[in-house]
Design a protein around this ligand. Structure first.
Ligand code: UDP
Length: 362
């Protein structure tokens, strides 16, 4: 129990129900926050799309689900796209319900990366905090975050410094990392298995580069994750010899980590400024070294030469060299990093301190 338990309303992503995989890393982040804050004695109400469910360890949270049409994701729009909200849109419904139930609560913690909750923050009585889950992909979103930073900087937090650097902020960014229930990830000391790649299968994730590495090395690439863009997935498959890619599907964490843990290395190839890169942390939690571009969150999470290899962005030859040198990395280093930097307990403590200090409690 903390000295001052809070009543917090959490807003989930307006893109897919929790468990669908459509919300990407936000789904797991939300679960980590809920579990950690509950253990600290806080009272949590989650407002989430209809169909959402919370895994074990989160039973103490109340969940309110709402029906509506998914918001489209910013990363799949042109940089100067306007905000569009469909009729019966999920975004305003989540916000409306969160505001309604926020009477007698201390704060709202918003995890949906969208304009509406950011924009209305200065105009409503409930204190809304925003954990920003993406780097800058939209001019409108960048301007909205910038404007909120001018008046309510302490209400904004980010996963990594690289992500935060896309935003023009009035002060140093509040950077909180991310967290995972590490007991769900089993350390596998021996990893002689295939190369792995994980994430939403969508152009910003750069699967084609990892496929090329595997093809050039005559290796197999296991791919886990939701296929968001089928045409893109088929195109990548056609670019490499048949059988190079083995599609493993979108698995639950238990199965995902058990398969991922047998990999020799995870190749991480973001084409955008990845905000954090959950799959990078999850691979390391299983003892899998990561070969990644020095771009975005993964460039901050991986220590080159210790937990994997970082290479210049888009340097496929560099990735190959990293894979060929993977035996030089001790798998135990990877798990040690996860224990020290990516537990949900520590992440929740950082979230707690951020909100408490933003509320002027400490
Ligand atoms: N994931 C999963 N099952 C799979 C593959 C991926 O649950 O088979 C999850 C993974 O645990 C991670 C998320 O998909 O939390 C991808 O998040 P990440 O931060 O890597 O990228 P994002 O999709 O948010 O851009």
């Amino acid at each position: 129990m903390t000295s001052s338990p809070l009543r917090l309303i959490l807003i989930s992503t307006p893109i897919g129900f929790i468990g669908s995989g459509k919300g990407g890393g936000v789904e797991l982040t939300l679960v980590a926050i809920i579990k950690g804050l509950l253990e600290m004695g806080h009272h949590i109400v989650l407002v989430a799309p209809y169909g959402s469910f919370l895994p074990s360890g989160c039973e103490g949270a109340e969940i309110i689900t709402v029906k509506g049409i998914d918001q489209s994701s910013w990363q799949h729009q042109v940089p100067d796209a306007p905000i569009t909200i469909p009729f019966n849109g999920m975004l305003p419904k989540l916000v409306e319900v969160a505001l309604k139930v926020s009477k007698n609560s201390d704060a709202i913690l918003n995890l949906c990366y969208d304009w509406l909750p950011l924009w209305l923050t200065p105009f409503v009585e409930p204190k809304i905090f925003h954990l920003i889950s993406m780097a800058g992909v939209s001019k409108l979103m960048e301007a909205t975050v910038r404007d909120l930073s001018k008046t309510h900087h302490s209400r904004l937090a980010f996963h990594t410094f690289s992500q935060a650097s896309d935003y023009e902020l009035i002060d140093q960014p509040i950077v909180l990392g991310n967290g995972f229930d590490l007991k769900n990830y089993h350390f596998q000391l021996k990893g002689q298995g295939p190369l792995g790649w994980a994430g939403r299968v969508a152009p910003e994730k750069g699967l084609e580069d990892a496929a090329k590495v595997a093809a050039d090395l005559g290796d197999k690439l296991f791919v886990w994750g939701l296929i968001e863009d089928k045409a893109y997935a088929s195109k990548i498959e056609s670019l490499v010899p048949e059988g190079t890619i083995e599609w493993k599907g979108f698995l639950n964490t238990q199965e995902f980590q058990s398969q991922l843990g047998s990999c020799r290395a995870l190749i991480n190839t973001p084409k955008w400024n990845e905000a954090y890169g959950n799959v990078v942390a999850e691979a390391m939690a299983c003892g899998v070294p990561v070969v990644a571009y020095r771009r975005g969150g993964p460039g901050e999470l991986v220590q080159s030469g210790v937990t994997g290899w970082l290479v210049p962005s888009d340097d496929i030859e560099g990735l190959k060299k990293g894979v060929l040198n993977i035996d030089k990395i001790k798998r135990q280093n990877c798990r040690d990093w996860a224990n020290e930097s990516a537990s949900y307990q520590m992440f929740a403590k950082r979230i707690n301190s951020w909100i408490q200090s933003g509320l002027g409690i400490r």
